[in-house]
Design a binder for this molecule. Structure first.
Ligand code: FES
Length: 218
């Protein structure tokens, strides 16, 4: 993600953990709940409003790509808490998909694939570089903007694929969806909502979903 999220109500510290929390998040998505809808609308508004990703794909299919899933991935807990200026490495959506979550100085949460779009080296968070830190690839001095994932220096040809993050009331950070490198957030979410979440898709204005959602209501 890659986006700033406010905690969902009713999830105080100690009220959920591990698999139970994952089940609850998944159930919210499945039930097309108000909280989930608001979360995703916020994701779209935030990312479309200035944090949009750009570029397409990763080096001609040579490298494993993030965000190729056509359905919404299983939500995954990234960390119990993430303080400003800190980062955490995790795997999402698959166990082989390296990713990094960062809490920027203004409190925004951002998440990216940690696989450099040049030659797939690991991307690292460096808080001490630039006005708000940067994502850095040590192999060939590639640099990515921490807030957008866009390339700011070096040979990487495309921005980092984004990972959508959400924060719960207990401070835990979860990964909930992905975007391909350069894929607008709305397109990414619509693609992953697919036929499984027609109401969410309709509310986001995903193409061809309004009629399907209406028919499901009747
Ligand atoms: Fe990252 Fe070359 S592999 S800059």
């Amino acid at each position: 993600m890659s986006v700033t999220e406010r905690p969902a109500p009713g999830n105080g510290p100690g009220q959920e953990s591990g698999a139970a929390a994952a089940d609850q998040l998944r159930d919210r998505i499945s039930a097309d709940s108000l909280t989930t809808r608001r979360d995703y609308l916020r994701i779209v508004a935030t990312v479309s409003g200035g944090l949009a990703v750009g570029g397409v794909g990763v080096a001609a299919g040579i490298l494993h790509r993030h965000g190729d899933s056509e359905s919404l991935p299983e939500p995954k807990k990234v960390t119990d808490r993430l303080a400003p200026g800190q980062s955490v490495a995790f795997r999402f959506p698959g166990d082989d998909d390296r990713a990094v979550a960062v809490r920027l100085g203004d409190g925004s949460l951002v998440g990216y694939s940690a696989v450099c779009t040049h030659l797939a080296c690991g991307v690292l968070w460096r808080e001490d570089r630039g006005p708000e830190g940067e994502l850095y690839c040590p192999c060939h001095e590639g640099v990515f903007d921490a807030r957008t994932g866009e390339v700011t220096a070096g040979p990487p040809p495309r921005p980092l694929p984004k990972i959508f993050l959400t924060e719960q009331a207990d401070g835990s950070v979860w990964a909930v969806a992905t975007a391909r490198s350069g894929e607008p957030a709305k397109d990414a979410l619509c693609r992953q909502f697919g036929d499984d979440h027609p109401l969410d898709a309709a509310r986001l204005g995903c193409p061809g979903t309004a009629r399907a959602a209406e028919s499901r209501r009747t």
